[in-house]
Every structure is written in C-alpha cells, then in structure tokens.
Design a protein around this ligand. Structure first.
Ligand SMILES: Cc1cc2nc3c(=O)[nH]c(=O)nc-3n(C[C@H](O)[C@H](O)[C@H](O)COP(=O)(O)OP(=O)(O)OC[C@H]3O[C@@H](n4cnc5c(N)ncnc54)[C@H](O)[C@@H]3O)c2cc1C
Length: 526
C-alpha cells in the first residue's frame, strides 16, 4: 500500500481544486484525477477488484474505461441496446418506442443523422480529450451564423419578421454605440471617465458600431446586401437599417449573448458522423464482453461481500456481486430499484427534478437553406415553441440533409411532448415555415423526433436540483452533497453530480471523481 502511494500510484492523490471550480464541497474533497495505470494494482494490491457499473452512458462508460486501465474487473449493465445514454444519434435504422407506446422508425438516408441529445462540445471540455484518446475524429460546429435568422413577436413593425443575425447585430451594436457615444460626448459619464478614457471609449464605439464621422449609425455593409457586389462597376446595394426605436423595442438582440457563455463560445466541436461515435469507441476499448446490453437493473443492495445487483436480460433474471458499484442511472429513477439505501439518500435522489427537452429532425431532399438562404450550419432563433431551427454541419453542398426543426426545452417543449410524432411534425413545419417561408414545407423525405421526458431509461433531459435553479452557482444543496459520498460500497456518478449539468463533461468529470475515490479506498483498505 505504501508503495502505491510512494510510487505516485495514479489517481491516489488529493489535490488542488480544479481551475474550473469543479466539485468544491465540504462533503467530498476535490480529488485530482490522474489516469490509472496497470502498475497501480497489479502486484501491489492483493486479490482482484471488481466493480459493477449501472448504466452505459458517458459516466458509466468513462468509469469502466478508467478502472480497467488499472486492472479492475468491470461489468457494465446497460438497459438499452446501445451505448451513450442521453447521447443518442438518430440515423436510418434507429427505432424507438416511447413511454406513450408510439414506435418511430428512422429512415434517414445513408450517412445522414441528427443528435437527439448531446450535439456540441466546447473547447474546455474533457470530452475532447477523450475524443483524442479514443481516436474519434472531430469537426467544427457552428454555434453562431451571421446568415441564420431571428424571428420574434413584438409591438413593432419587426414583429414576426425574419431578420438575419448579421443585420440584427449591425443595427443593435450600431445604435447602442451611437447612444453611448452621444451620452459620453454630452458629459453623462464625466463622473467616471477622464478625458483620455472618453476619447478611448469614443474610438472603440466608432469602430464597434461602424459609426459615421459625426458619431451616427447610418447603416453598414455588415448588414448585408440587397444585391451582392460583383465584378467591374457592380458595387452592390447595401440593405437599409431599421429605425433605432424599432430595433430597441423589438428585442431582436435578445439571443446575442448565447455564444458569450463560457460553454457556448466558438469554436465548438462535434464528432464526425454523430456524437454517439464517442461511446461506440468507449465500447470498443472496454470490450463488449464486459458490457451487458439490454440489462435492466431492478435491484441494487449493499451486502457483506460488496454490492449485489439484480437485472433482467434476454427475458431472464440475473444477478452479479462485485466489490463496488457505480450507479449512473438518472437520479429520479434510482428510487424505483429495490434497494437498501438509507432514507436520507432516497430523499436526496428525489431532489433532482426531471426536466423537458426534445428535438425533431427533418430530412430534406434539397438543401434549400444553402442554395436559397446561404446558410451553412448554425441556428435560427425564435420565440415560437420550436425555439430554434438547427442547420446541418455535415454534408455541405450535397443534395440532402437533416435539419433539426426544433430544439426546445421547458414549457415550449411541453407543447410538443404530449403530441404524436405526426402532430409534432405538423406543428414544427407550420412554425418553421413562418420563419423560412413556403420552401420549408416542401422536399421533406422523412422525420424523427425524441422527447426526453417520454424516453424510457431517461424520463428527463437533465436534472434540476430543487432550490438551485438548475445549476449550483457555487453553492451545493445538502441533497447534492449527500450523493457525492458513497453509501458503503455504492457510488453515484453522472452529470447531475457535477457543475456541468447537461454536458458530457459533467458526466465524465463525475466518473473520474468516483474512480479516483474508489481507487484510493482500495489502496487504503489493501
Ligand atoms: C437534449 C439534450 C441536449 C444535450 N446537449 C449536449 C451537448 O450539446 N453537449 C454535451 O456535452 N452534452 C449535452 N447533453 C448532456 C449529455 O447528454 C449528458 O450530460 C450525458 O449523457 C450524461 O451522462 P450520464 O452518464 O450522467 O447519464 P445518461 O447519459 O443518462 O446515462 C445513464 C444510463 O443509464 C441507463 N439506465 C437507466 N436506467 C437503467 C436501468 N434500470 N438499468 C440499466 N441501465 C439503466 C440509461 O439507459 C443510460 O444509458 C444534452 C442532453 C440532452 C438531453
């Protein structure tokens, strides 16, 4: 044991909290993850060490992958017949029966798909590190596109009008700059800014807003052209700006801050061929012998020899006992298992409230968004129930593609949740055509939708912790802290136990934290 620590056995050291502020908790000290290695266990710690992992989503597969590196005997039990959990890519051949009993069969053309769950990865997330380690090819993902549209209701002439992001941004930034420059020049900021400060601010605003020499916003080529500039004497015709009051009152800038977010700022990435490529790569490395698909866990109990888990697979009841268990089943579903968990842990699990989100993909046999609207990736945004229309980031300039006709959450998703697929499609087309026009209704070859509240083995998009508004904001609830600690030999992991809820990164960091904890315990108990 001493040797393990002295040789710097991977994953055994407690360390400084991550620069991202992950998992600073009084209940669970931050553990610095170091990849485990064969030398950590073999020849140093007697006996074999087994771990049963409940759930083959990101947290489960990452746990299994990391533990195997040190020689743990790992068995993953996954209820679905595919890896990835809420990382679910719909492509031709995908089939799903939802909790309302409706079965959809996806008939997208060969090579075409969309991600019903996770779809993008920021540069800071360790998801990209696993792509590198597992050899999963990645490509850029457009989180903003100047050519996509905003379309919102208001009491202005811009109500219900589709405006390109580039026009909305040019006008909003232009008028804001004009107003702030005016206020500065009129002395409104004299209490806070020196003469030199004001000169520097003016210079910045002139450039930021593309202002005229006398400090006014009169329009800008940034908005785009009614007729494009071309050869010879074709100078093009710039689009005229909207009126200042209309721009301000219509709120066309309401979504500009989306990609200012730490997790949403460009560049963003995604695996070539669908997000689920990551989890098929995990599966290949873990080995299908060590993963039981179609294994629905029904019971999880601490027993004297470790943890006994019962499950059904292939119509029969089975059971497995291991030294430790890592439960990555979504928290609101764990209480349904037969268990001997203490009452306060069951109460804590109930505090993670399920949420609604869903998407619908339409395959078009013509890429009208490229040929007519000059849109290559990114999303149009609206205050209609569809919330946004996401354009494909793959197969550019080919003859067909899958558009995500809505990606909505919360109340707006509830408007789709109780509908049949056909009804969802009809509503999505009706709302989408108000944004992109009549062409939106034509050349549709197939469609497929997913609603996470109605999806078996998830029944939620992501966890909302009671009282924390969906994210911890630096303050953990007592229930959250409770689940960071093991119940004897049972550990909990998943994105709900991280500060990156609704991100794979959260599930992966949670898995690493638990793996580190188990490995440290094994070392200490040896
Ligand atoms: C709409 C949507 C959009 C998202 N967008 C992004 C994004 O763009 N980028 C990003 O990084 N993340 C995104 N996410 C989040 C990401 O999908 C999750 O953070 C991640 O899947 C969480 O992994 P997990 O292992 O904690 O849970 P899950 O993925 O839910 O895995 C849990 C596993 O447990 C299994 N299970 C459940 N019950 C049982 C049982 N009784 N027996 C056996 N197995 C069981 C499930 O089948 C599942 O495989 C999105 C999620 C959603 C829903």
């Amino acid at each position: 044991m001493k040797g393990l620590g002295a040789t710097g056995g991977a994953g055994l050291a407690y360390g400084a909290m991550s620069a991202l502020g992950l998992a600073p908790s009084t209940a669970a000290p931050a553990r610095t993850f170091q990849p485990l290695a064969a030398g950590d266990l073999i020849g140093k710690v007697k006996g074999s060490h087994s771990v049963v992992v409940l759930g083959g989503g990101p947290a489960g597969l990452c746990s299994a992958f990391e533990l195997q590196k040190a020689g743990y005997k790992v068995t993953v039990l996954e209820a679905r017949t595919r890896p990835g959990g809420r990382v679910w890519t719909a492509r031709g051949g995908s089939e799903e029966t939802d909790l309302s009993g409706e079965t959809q069969k996806c008939t997208f053309s060969e090579g075409h798909f969309y991600n019903v769950g996770a779809t993008r990865i920021p540069q800071s997330h360790i998801t990209l590190d696993y792509c590198r380690e597992l050899g999963v090819e990645i490509q850029g993902f457009g989180n903003q596109n100047a050519n996509t549209f905003v379309n919102y209701q208001s009491d202005t002439s811009l109500s219900g009008q589709s405006v390109t992001y580039r026009a909305a941004k040019a006008d909003t930034f232009g008028y804001m700059s004009e107003l702030l420059k005016k206020a500065t020049d009129q002395g409104a900021l004299d209490q806070v800014l020196s003469r030199e400060d004001k000169d520097a601010l003016s210079e910045f605003l002139s450039d930021f807003g593309d202002l005229s020499d006398d400090g006014r916003y009169l329009g800008s080529s940034r908005r785009g052209y009614d007729s494009e500039p071309g050869a010879g004497l074709n100078f093009g015709t710039e689009k005229k700006p909207f009126a200042m009051q209309e721009v301000i009152r219509s709120g066309i800038g309401r979504n500009f801050s989306f990609d200012f977010g730490y997790d949403q700022a460009m560049m963003m990435f995604t695996p070539v061929g669908g997000m689920d490529r990551i989890y098929y790569a995990f599966q290949d490395r873990i080995g299908t012998d060590n993963i039981v698909f179609g294994a629905e866990v029904t019971s999880m109990k601490n027993v004297s020899e470790g943890v006994t888990v019962e499950y059904t697979a292939g119509g029969s009841k089975k059971s497995i006992t291991a030294d430790y268990a890592i439960c990555t089943i979504p928290p609101h579903l764990v209480g349904r298992l037969q268990n001997n968990l203490p009452g306060d842990v069951l109460t804590a699990l109930k505090a993670a409230k399920p949420s609604s989100s869903g998407k619908l993909g339409i395959e078009y046999s013509r890429r009208w968004w490229e040929t007519e609207d000059r849109i290559y990736g990114g999303a149009s945004n609206t205050d209609k129930d569809i919330s946004q229309i996401m354009f494909p980031y793959d197969h550019y300039n080919s003859d067909r593609g899958v558009v995500v006709a809505y990606y909505s959450s919360g109340k707006r998703q509830e408007a789709f949740e109780s509908l049949t697929h056909r009804q969802r499609l009809a509503k999505a087309i009706a709302e989408g055509s108000e944004i992109h026009g009549e062409k939106y209704t034509r050349d549709i070859s197939s469609s497929f939708s997913g609603s996470w509240r109605r999806t078996k083995y998830s029944e939620s998009a992501w966890a909302n912790w009671a009282g924390s508004g969906g994210s911890h904001g630096g303050a953990a609830t007592p229930e959250y802290e409770k689940l960071l600690e093991p119940v004897d030999k049972i550990y909990f992991a998943g994105d709900h136990l991280s500060n990156a809820i609704a991100w794979q990164h959260g599930a992966l960091t949670s898995a690493r934290d638990v793996v580190t904890h188990i490995h440290e315990r094994v070392a200490q108990e040896a």
